[in-house]
Ligand binder design. Sequence first.
Ligand code: GDP
Ligand code: MG
Length: 458
Amino acid sequence: MVLDKLGNSLRNTLAKITRSLFIDEKLINELVKDIQRSLLQADVSVRLVLEVTKKIKERALKEKALKGLDQKEHLITIVYEELTAFLGGMNEPFVIPKKKPFIIMLVGLFGNGKTTTAGKLANYYKKRGSKVAVIQTDTWRPAAYHQLKTLATQANVDFFGKEKAKDPSSIYQEFQQQFTNYDLIIVDTAGRDALSEELITELATLNDKVNADERWLVMSADVGQTAQQQAQQFHDTANVTGVIITKLDGTAKGGGALTACSVTGAPVRFIGVGEKIDDLELFNPKGFVGQLLGMGDLEALLDKAQAAISEEEAQDLGKKLLKGEFSLIDLYEQMQAMKKMGPITKIAEMIPGFNNIKIPKEALQHQEGKLELWRHLMDSMTKKELEEPDLIKGTRIERISKGSGVPASELRGLLKQYKQSKKILKLMKGGSEQDMQKMMRRMGGRGGIPGLKFSPQH
Ligand code: GDP
Ligand code: MG
């Protein structure tokens, strides 16, 4: 995990609260000291550390626990809330609006990860169903052209660029006409070692030309406390609307960059957590703090729910099918298994008496390529929603779509598929458990279908 050390020490502090017999001023002082130490070690600036711990202390001393929570739980909630506010607060995770083409321009100094991030972003949105292209306007680094071209191939998106050109703005202009065909255009730019006059002039001109919808500053986590100053300078030049912190995998000190930029008013949008194209995470302060503290946020809760689900082997899919219980996770696993073994019609052929049952045609459609989108959607659902998908309506649809970055139409598709599969399973239930076991044996041995949690022994 990112910022492991910080997470560990914060979790130790919280464990101390849980272990203590009662909450008094002495314990609260100790807690505040512990948190200060942890944050300072992660390179958060002294001023910010004092600010956040002062708030925690004031609230801890003053507030009474909410109904249903004990003092300790309340204290932990205060820590969680204040740390979240500190990291950009209730900022919703970023979603690209429906504007075609939506243009994101990346800016930043040399070596901070702009080009890598351009590839990662293209990959991220391509996987979520957008039509994406990247354009290289860096005329400073001769290697930049091929670097981004290679990444575009990896992400399977279109690439624009001109290898030997000199002027960034005219490269952009040359391809601009073609961009209307895309949902998203990601513009990579040149950096320098520092924000020099030359870079400022070049960036300002390109910025006017591109007129991007978002301008994101790409900054490496190891810049530490100079992050705020850097963010401010780029903001003055290019009106920065968001920040991406890269290389959070490589430092224990990323707290500096993460917190310093959020105070400039440009929210952190994504974090880079490795060199590979998939090593990019949407930044969500609530989820991030939840993970750091190892507690009750939606995402952490989901992780736990999924772990619990795989542990509860007693409730394996086979049994659930027979009982008529069937969750979204089961559907996902079923689809994953089918990818390996072919469409549901094949399975149907193996079930005695099943050939006679009429199955709705659409339900048999193989949902190739949907699996990944579904996984993103499911990652944004609560345990309850996964188990009772019928709850997913109205604002929940919006929330899940936003949280996952996947269009609501895909979510509706998933829910439709779920309903249809459930219908089929009801039909299959007509067959006896013995038939089911026979089928599993035919499909090959003890373990049954690979990836499908069915064991005929039960
Ligand atoms: P640019 O000059 O801003 O375009 O930076 P590059 O994209 O060329 O990246 C500079 C170096 O940082 C490359 O070696 C990348 O592989 C590396 N890099 C970028 N992002 C990350 C990240 O999130 N984690 C790690 N470990 N390395 C990264
Ligand atoms: Mg570059």
